[in-house]
Design a protein around this ligand. Structure first.
Ligand SMILES: Nc1ncnc2c1ncn2[C@@H]1O[C@H](COP(=O)(O)OP(=O)(O)O)[C@@H](O)[C@H]1O
Ligand SMILES: [Mg+2]
Length: 331
């Protein structure tokens, strides 16, 4: 079956087909005019990453390319082991590609920097001996991004934005998991990075808190319009959070397809359009089929790609010929 038109895909030899899908359509240029394409903020260009152990070399990602534009909420989606964290760490500058290059505003990324900040999944990412306020201010001071007065101001502002002003003087162990993640988000946003990197930030939270955090993250994005690269293994979370989704396949991690998902959000939950798109993404993640052919044999982990797929497989399917996709990818 041919790939649907809304998916930009690549063969092993080819690069991605088409132009990046932008959050808002730009008017068509006048005949004869050269279209003014905004340069991508971040370019991941043919990046392969290998881990060398004593016994062997593990190729974690193979020739992955994508562009991230200012204001994108770009999602890396794939099953465990497909190299999502590895790619994020490479963008952060923690590991170097074996081939290819990552460029931020045209300059090669060679080391970590205050222009890229990561929020991790783990609740222990906050130094426990510092108060919430000190946790948020610390990277600002350590990176000499600003002086004490401004660091204090920014800490107060972003703690207010994540609803934690009242907890500024407590220590992390006094907070719930969701609150710790809010502090990590406030700390990252206070740095006002060029790119905010999030590696499954809500994966260890209960389902209700996770939903609330997605809502709050989108609210923060509405206010600050930061550029986000968000890693998840949940199809639904990818569709809710992202405006563009890169779908990765494992062993080694390759970019399988890229879709434009800006039409989806929290309002789409439970709707047939989101369900249909999620089923198609499932097809891309597994076997290159368009729809899941069978329920998975094992009981899937809640929130995982497999769990999403099982729920989708049980859900109603759109009528034949029904186009449930309210978006297009420019090709
Ligand atoms: N430090 C490491 N040493 C060796 N192999 C690693 C290391 N980290 C990750 N890998 C391997 O690289 C691949 C991608 O891992 P990872 O980026 O963590 O995937 P994901 O985040 O998508 O689950 C996996 O096969 C994993 O086992
Ligand atoms: Mg990971």
């Amino acid at each position: 079956m041919p790939w649907p038109h809304w998916i930009r895909h690549r063969s092993r030899q080819q690069g991605l087909v088409g132009l990046p899908a932008r959050p808002a359509p730009t008017p068509a240029p006048a005949p004869g005019a050269t279209p003014a394409l905004e340069a991508p903020l971040l370019q991941v260009d043919g990046v392969s990453i290998d881990y060398r152990t004593h016994e062997r070399v593990v190729r974690a990602t193979h020739r992955v390319s994508f562009d991230v534009h200012a204001g994108d909420r770009f999602v890396l989606l794939g099953a465990s082991g497909c190299g999502k964290s590895t790619l994020l760490k490479a963008v952060a500058g923690f590991i170097a590609p074996s081939e290819g290059e990552i460029r931020l505003q045209g300059r090669a990324v060679t080391q970590p920097g205050p222009d890229r900040v990561v929020v991790f999944q783990e609740f222990d990412q906050l130094p426990p001996w510092k108060t919430v306020r000190e946790n948020v201010a610390f990277p600002l001071l350590a990176s000499r991004t600003c002086g004490r007065a401004e660091a204090a101001e920014r800490a107060a502002l972003y703690l207010e934005k994540v609803g934690l002003s009242r907890f500024a003087d407590v220590h992390p162990h006094q907070l719930s998991g969701g609150m710790k993640q809010r502090v990590a988000i406030a700390r990252a946003l206070a740095m006002q990075p060029q790119v905010l990197l999030m590696d499954e930030p809500f994966a260890a939270l209960d389902a209700l808190t996770r939903r609330r955090m997605q809502e709050e993250l989108l609210g923060l994005w509405d206010e600050f319009r930061f550029t986000l690269i968000f890693v998840t293994h949940s199809i639904e979370e990818a569709l809710v959070v992202g405006n563009r989704i890169a779908i990765l396949s494992p062993h080694p991690g390759r970019l399988r397809a890229e879709i434009n998902s800006h039409a989806f959000g929290l309002h789409s939950l439970g709707g047939s359009a989101l369900q249909a798109t999620a089923r198609r993404i499932h097809g891309l993640l597994f076997e290159g089929q368009d729809t899941p052919s069978a329920e998975p044999a094992a009981t899937p982990v809640p929130g995982s790609v497999e769990a999403d797929a099982a729920a989708l497989a049980r859900g109603p399917r759109p009528a034949a010929g029904h186009s449930a996709l309210p978006f297009r990818i420019s090709v």
